[in-house]
Design a protein around this ligand. Sequence first.
Ligand code: ADP
Length: 158
Amino acid sequence: MTAVYPGSFDPVTNGHLDIIKRAARVYDKLIVAVLVNPAKHPLFTIEERVELLRECCAHFENVEVDSFEGLTVDFAKKHHAGVLVRGLRAVTDFENELQIAQVNHALMPGIETMFFATGLRWGYLSSTVVKEAASFGSDISKFVPKNVEEAVKKKYQK
Ligand code: ADP
């Protein structure tokens, strides 16, 4: 079974990597898919986000990183994936995630969404938290791997 883990990953955090590690154990192949979302104003370009993810996922044999535009279910279908993976942090994620999962199910009933409960250590963590902390010069080494820490620092030095 192939699964797709879609998201903005602006940038990838230890919370995302925890989900990737666990999902990679469950599925034969996991495609981490960076969404091109024109409505958001990301800190990192699509290419930069893909590159950072590839560096972080290089040691997983069954994990690939890609980017896509348009509907997640179309991307999943194109790659013969049967599952969409999402992470659930707090209740606040739930309503939005439930709606996305239901829309995706309506669009393509053959593809299931499966949720991974956030690792206890990462429940508070989001890409936004990382960016906010870094923008005020805080240490983000607890939140992201080294390559991401350096890339984020560089962005805010400019
Ligand atoms: P999106 O803009 O699609 O929500 P994100 O990159 O913020 O993109 O998140 C992608 C997925 O990863 C979502 O399912 C989100 O709930 C999950 N996620 C984000 N941060 C964490 C975390 N700290 N722990 C577990 N899952 C997370």
